[in-house]
Ligand binder design. Structure first.
Ligand code: AMP
Ligand code: GLY
Length: 424
């Protein structure tokens, strides 16, 4: 069958490369895609939020499966639009994607079903939020309710900062309508782990763990970004932690959504913090992580398309999800100045070296095919250079080695992706 992938980042490139390995797949289309995705898929110039055009395209090309990579279209109801047209789609409906789309919803769900998370209060009124701060313990965490490109979280160390944060989220609308409602929650400390899972409405199968590096600069300094690099598996995600999460978090979340009449089919991404009191949910996402997908999917042994089909058909229990007994590290090559301001349009050299290198991947995020046929930079996060290795240290050495293969003006990266593994 022919398939369509919706999105344009490194995550969608990783999804496309996994799909290309499936014997079930003939042709891959990607909307809108990017310069690198264009090497495995035919990119079509339709935006991820243009639901009618996406549906029309899928009908016209008789697409057998559409995979939604990004959060915005899912939260906006793209899966519903495809289903209404009788098309097969991988990703939760709008009423389930709210798990990511509203932090207030997800916190209330966790409270109602006793799923471990930070203590919190929701607010729709700035005055009430400001009053609450007077007696709150510091540091304190402020979260805009809706989607804010991963930037809607403020960690405030002083009461003044927290007051300013409430004002900027709720009154100045720093994150737009995402700030019509906000969550104020307890600050937690511990290691962060990302666990992605396949869900078919009832059954959940978790993938291998990963860890992201969200800050822009070495030593976790600088602004929050979409993610500057990942490694998988996380050595801190021990069998004991897994056992706790399987018992108290994963199935409990799927069951809670079903009990609420919001059957979840697709990917649930659990952002966890391993606190001294045990694992706690930091956040849910309703799609693969970016760049988590770049280290998790290359290690998956199953045919990804077969697993996605099983999710849609409610037959995930029959799938034995397996991952390679190795490790992978992804280092993001960004444009100098990301995430604030940066220049685009610089030619990228050396990409061909990845074509023949077994266990190495160069996932494209912000790239574009120029008119002369060359690939040029076209965004803040440009490439995700990923390598596998027998263990995390080898994978990291391989990935950093491969970052030298590609060159472009204003190339920027963190040099400490996976440094935490040295402590284990
Ligand atoms: P989120 O988008 O909810 O994952 O938040 C973004 C980042 O903010 C997380 O990856 C954490 O590093 C941090 N964060 C969020 N909530 C908390 C919390 N309750 N305590 C400490 N850090 C947090
Ligand atoms: N890397 C974090 C995310 O995809 O939300």
């Amino acid at each position: 069958m022919d398939i369509l992938i919706v999105g344009s980042g490194g995550r969608e490139h990783a999804i496309a490369m996994s799909a290309a390995k499936s014997p079930l797949v003939d042709k891959i289309y990607c909307a809108p895609g990017n310069g690198g995705i264009g090497q495995v898929a035919e990119c079509v110039p339709i935006g991820a939020m243009e639901f009618d055009r996406l549906v029309d395209f899928a009908k016209e090309k008789e697409i057998g499966l559409t995979i939604i990579g990004m959060d915005d279209p899912l939260v906006g109801g793209v899966a519903d639009a495809f289903e209404a047209a009788g098309l097969r789609v991988f990703g939760p409906r709008k009423n389930a994607a709210i798990l990511e789309g509203s932090k207030a919803f997800s916190k209330d769900l966790m409270k109602k079903y006793n799923i471990p998370t930070a203590a919190y209060e929701n607010f729709t009124d700035a005055e009430a939020a400001l009053k609450y701060l007077e007696t709150a313990k510091l540091p304190i965490v402020l979260k805009a309710d809706g989607l804010a490109l991963g930037k809607g979280v403020l960690i405030c160390n002083t009461l003044e900062e927290a007051r300013a944060g409430v004002r900027s989220i709720m009154l100045d609308k720093q994150f737009g309508t995402a700030g019509n409602c906000m969550v104020i929650e307890e600050f937690m400390t511990g290691r962060e782990v990302s666990v992605l899972s396949f869900v078919d409405g009832r059954t959940i199968k978790t993938m291998t763990s990963a860890q992201d590096h969200k800050r822009a600069m070495d030593g976790d300094q600088g602004l929050n970004t979409g993610g500057m690099g990942t490694f998988s598996p996380s050595p801190f995600y021990t069998p004991e932690v897994d056992e706790f999460c399987q018992k108290h978090i994963y199935q409990a979340t799927v069951d809670a959504m079903a009990a609420e009449g919001r059957e979840f089919k697709g990917i649930i991404f659990f952002g966890l913090m391993l606190t001294e009191q045990g694992p706690r949910v930091l956040e849910y996402n309703a799609r693969f992580g970016d760049p988590e997908a770049q280290v998790v999917l290359p290690r998956m042994k199953n045919d990804m398309i077969e697993v996605m089909e099983a999710c849609i058909d409610g037959k995930l229990d029959a799938i034995d999800l397996q991952f390679e007994d190795n490790a992978a590290v992804c280092v993001v090559l960004a444009s100098q100045g990301y995430p604030v301001s940066y220049e685009k349009g610089f030619p990228i050299r050396g990409l061909e070296r990845f074509e023949e290198a077994e266990g190495y991947y160069c996932f494209h995020a912000g790239t574009k095919l120029a008119e002369d046929g060359s690939i040029v930079t076209n965004g803040g996060r440009v490439l995700g250079v990923t390598a596998k290795g027998a263990d995390l240290k080898e994978a990291r050495a391989n990935a950093y080695g491969a970052t030298e293969w590609v060159e472009f003006d204003n190339k920027y990266m963190r040099h400490d992706i996976g440094k935490a593994i040295d402590e284990t």
